[in-house]
Every structure is written in structure tokens, then in C-alpha cells.
Ligand binder design. Sequence first.
Ligand code: SF4
Length: 355
Amino acid sequence: MRVKTDNLDARTDLAVHGVRWDAPVRRSKGAGPSDDGHLVVDGANAALPLNPDSPYTLRDGRVYKGRIDLGLTVEPVSRPKFYDLTTADGVPYRKIALLHGRDVLATTVVQTCIRYAEDQRCRFCTIEESLKAGDTVAAKTPAQLAEVAEAAVRLDGVRQMVMTTGTTAGPDRGARHLVRCVKAVLDAVPGLPVQVQIEPPGELSVIADLRAVGATSIGIHVESLDDEVRRRWMPGKGSVPLAEYEAAWDEAVRVFGRNKVSTYLLIGLGEDPDELVDGAARLIERGVYPFVVPMRPMAGTLARRDGVPGPRASLVRDVSERVAKLLREADMRGADQEAGCAACGACGVLSAAGA
Ligand code: SF4
């Protein structure tokens, strides 16, 4: 039976409840949202949690809830050819970078984090779990990343790259290594849009260095603007004062430009939704794109261990719709960032909501 659905309702439900599906391209653990399968829903990238208890299944290029066809087309992302290759120094490419959606290459250049002790780590993060599972290597060299990026563009039509990093102990918090990585990748693949993701660095000058080597856009991810929520969910990272984020965002907007800077805001950390939307409005005024996404209590997180549920789909829809409206009014579209999570959009529903 086919029913006409509200597309945004269905997309939100899928983002929260995921799908029952054996995905050919998936991430099991790692930095950021993961434990998901990658597909294209109604023409847009979608990274959906793989959930054996989900009411949603995929069949014949459609999404079903039980026997009901929701009226959404779906296309699985195929396993890319570059996954079968190995670097000159003997590391499978798949351990260096992964395909996200149909055309995003993503890597965590340093897979460890100084904040990963149990009493410090972000309760939604599993950055070191993929390392423990042997799915990746602790540090990727600029040469390895250049080799993999060149192949992924040539063989699999990758159109943008995201480089994130675990926080390191130096004052740059990992940003200097990203400078070397971006330079090597762009020497190998000139013109590839690359987004870098960093914590506010102690030395703000590294932001200009990232731009100077050719990064297109930058994510400086705060996850919440509520200090009480930050202390509860991110004891380590939450100790960085919001003033440091504000200084880093402002410098990034100065160097990269308006709407080339983004931050994650997570829905489902217990923050008042009106305050979350007000905070998003303040970010937009600064020129920073607030990428609002549902918190995923993925396997391996402290949230999952402690039985914390993900947010209700109705809350995700409400916040995403309100933030999408603010973004449209400010003429800030994720796609205009060219590279990065806001440009990809797969982990949230902002693009389905028109931003
Ligand atoms: S939104 Fe970001 S983390 Fe999610 S699939 Fe896209 S690039 Fe990857």
C-alpha cells in the first residue's frame, strides 16, 4: 500500500529511528554521529542509524513502514572501489578514510583524544572505539591522505572531503596537523573542496593557516550553548569557555567568510528547545551555520551504556524546521559551504527542511 507522507515527518522519523537494513557502506563507530548506513533518500545524502528494531525497511528502491510504502525513493550507496586498495606503506585505504553518502570522503586524522578518559569524554562520542576495533589507524599521514583522496576522486567520483581530528595535547589542539594534511591533499587533488573540523585553537593564527593552504570551510563544534548541558555531557570539552568558541568563530568568519563556518548543535541533550533555537539565531547572526542534528546514543557511547534515549522525532522536527527557517531568512544554505557536514547534510534533516 502506498501512502502520501509528509516528507519531513518521514525523514525525521528515519533520522531518529533508523532502518532495518544490511548497508553496503556504513560506519560502525568513530568521531561524530556513526553506527549508520549511507544511502540517498529522495535524491539527498542520508546517514541513517542501522537499527534492528526500527519499523522502517527498504525494498525495491522504496522505504516501507511495515507494508506501507512511504513514498520516498531510496538508493543505497555502493561500496566504493577505493576500499579495495592499500597505501604505498601497506595500510588499507578503508582505514584511512571512509565514504559518507555518495560523494563525501571523511577522515579523522588523529583517532585519539586527550579527553577520552571516562570522566572527561563527550557522552555521545566513540572516537577511540573504531581504533580499538582495528577499523582504523591512530594517525593518518599527509601522504596517506593524499593518496586515498586522489583515488577516491578518480575512481568513485568523490566531490568533497571532511577532515576532523581528536583533540591533541598541544596548544593548537590538533589544528597544525590538519594544515599539513590539507596541503598534501590539495597538492594531489587541486580544487577539491575540503572542510576542516577543530576545537577552538589556543593560537587563533592557525585558522588563517588552514585557509591559506586551501581549506574551503571550517567546523568548530560546540554541540550545546548551555553551560550546564556542556558540563554534564562533555566534562572535558565543556571546560573550554564559550568565549573561546566565540573568538574562534569570529576569526573563522573573518578568514573563511560568512556561511563558510559551522558548528554542530545536538538535539536531545536536555536543552530547552526555545533556548536552542535562540542560540542558533545568534550563531546565524555571527555568520556561523548551526548544523542541528539529533544526538545518537550509539553503541559504544556512555549515553547508550547509561540507557539515555535519543530525542523524540517531534522535537527533532520542530527544532530543525525553526532553524531551517532562520537559515533561509539569512540566505545561508548548507550546500553553499561546498564541503563539510552542512554541505552534506546526511546526519540531520535541515536540508529536508529547506536549508
Ligand atoms: S553530515 Fe558530516 S558526519 Fe554526517 S555523513 Fe555527512 S559528512 Fe559525514
